[in-house]
Design a protein around this ligand. Structure first.
Ligand SMILES: CC(C)(COP(=O)(O)OP(=O)(O)OC[C@H]1O[C@@H](n2cnc3c(N)ncnc32)[C@H](O)[C@@H]1OP(=O)(O)O)[C@@H](O)C(=O)NCCC(=O)NCCS
Length: 177
């Protein structure tokens, strides 16, 4: 399976149906449920459908998507990080989520930084966005650490909540991976 990116401690690669059980685990972890929402993915079958209609479709349609993040040494899956293209946003946005036991170790930062460099140098994306709930302090901290700037609020038609919008002009990024 082709790796998309390699960092000091991590590999990022395209998700496959082999990760279905990991997807069930991640999408039902407390951080995901609180800050991203319940996607109703409770079984391996649900996870396959999520993968098919989410990341796998995105790879095909846009040439990018959410990637599996694994530990470089063992390959153990620890989270997802990558890019999404939503109809409701003008530019691609950065997404990330990690299992609780792999938070607070700088892994999300390392993966997000690598995706930003990949977006700029490989995909030639000029403007990168991110959305987050205003109370998601760890996510906001990470977005600001990678240089994203608060750019107002957005509201999606299917949600009653306002989300914070962050923006990064990739021409201005200096690589630090
Ligand atoms: C948002 C999320 C990915 C952030 O993960 P994280 O592990 O806190 O983020 P980082 O990788 O930046 O790690 C930061 C912490 O690791 C610590 N750290 C430890 N070793 C480190 C290292 N080698 N390098 C860098 N930081 C390190 C930092 O000091 C920092 O700790 P602090 O917050 O106490 O200052 C995570 O909370 C998550 O998955 N949440 C649920 C899903 C979610 O909300 N996604 C975003 C939706 S918008």
């Amino acid at each position: 399976m082709k790796n998309i990116l390699k960092t000091k401690r991590l590999i990022l690669r395209k998700l496959t149906f082999d990760e279905s059980l990991f997807i069930v685990q991640l999408l039902n972890s407390p951080g995901w449920l609180k800050y991203i929402g319940d996607r109703g993915v409770k079984t391996e079958k649900d996870a396959k459908l999520y993968l098919q209609n989410g990341p796998l479709l995105s790879y095909e349609k846009y040439g990018f998507g959410l990637y599996l993040v694994g530990l470089l040494e063992t390959g153990e899956p620890i989270g997802m990080c990558g890019l999404l293209k939503r109809d409701s946003l003008e530019h691609p946005d950065l997404g990330f989520a990690f299992l609780p036991e792999f938070m607070g170790k700088g892994y999300a930062y390392e993966a997000a930084n690598a995706v930003v460099v990949y977006a700029r140098e490989h995909l030639r994306i000029k403007t990168l966005l991110a959305i987050t709930m205003p109370e998601n302090a760890t996510s906001i901290k990470l977005l600001e650490k990678i240089g994203m700037k608060y750019s107002g609020v957005v509201k999606f038609p299917d949600s009653k909540d306002n989300l914070n919008l962050y923006k990064l002009e990739l021409n201005e990024v200096v690589s630090n991976v």
